[in-house]
Design a binder for this molecule. Structure first.
Ligand SMILES: [Zn+2]
Length: 180
């Protein structure tokens, strides 16, 4: 599993979409108000409006009372640890994204682990949509095909996504899926 040394490094893991070359954006849906432009916000639980803000550059963590109807993220708050995740995605073609997992210590408000959780790239040929989804935590690559209402998932051992050559990745993984 890929562990990042800083939030900055995680945000810069990929900066541009491998397919359409547009700049990727980090969780633009979660901007709560203009004061938070340089901060990511995470609500503590689906029941409360309280949460944490992380400064994107300094990684400084602060508690907040999130006043507006914030995005309720899936997060886990146990034993002084708070686990949550952040999506970095191409808003232009919506065919590439990666997800980073963030683990905080809630006692000293310290980010103690930042890791690459999953990565997804989607291809469209005629009426067939094919997604390659790497789960770094589970150590699996899923090849998912969507044709109309029919979805088929083939699970493979973790395979490398070559972002410099997405077409090569698709062909290689499709071939391996035939024999699985
Ligand atoms: Zn794109």
């Amino acid at each position: 599993m890929k562990i990042f040394n800083s939030l900055k490094e995680a945000l810069e893991y990929q900066t541009h979409c491998p397919l359409c070359k547009k700049q990727l954006s980090a969780d633009s849906k979660t901007k709560i108000n203009k004061d938070y432009d340089n901060k990511f916000s995470f609500s503590y639980s689906s029941k409360s409006n309280e949460g944490i803000l992380i400064d994107k550059t300094t990684e400084e963590i602060t508690f907040t009372k999130i006043v507006s109807d914030s995005i309720k993220r899936k997060s886990l708050n146990i034993n002084g640890q708070f686990w949550t995740s952040l999506y970095i995605e191409c808003e232009s073609c919506q065919k590439y994204s990666y997800n980073i997992q963030l683990k905080f210590n809630t006692q000293d408000l310290h980010l103690f682990e930042i890791s690459l959780n999953s990565e997804s790239i989607t291809f469209e040929e005629n009426d067939l949509i094919t997604e390659i989804r790497n789960g770094y935590f589970s150590g699996e690559t899923w090849l998912i095909t969507y044709a109309g209402n029919d979805t088929k998932t083939t699970k493979l051992p973790l395979l490398k996504i070559n972002l410099d050559n997405p077409a090569e990745t698709l062909n290689r993984i499709k071939k391996l899926a035939i024999f699985s």
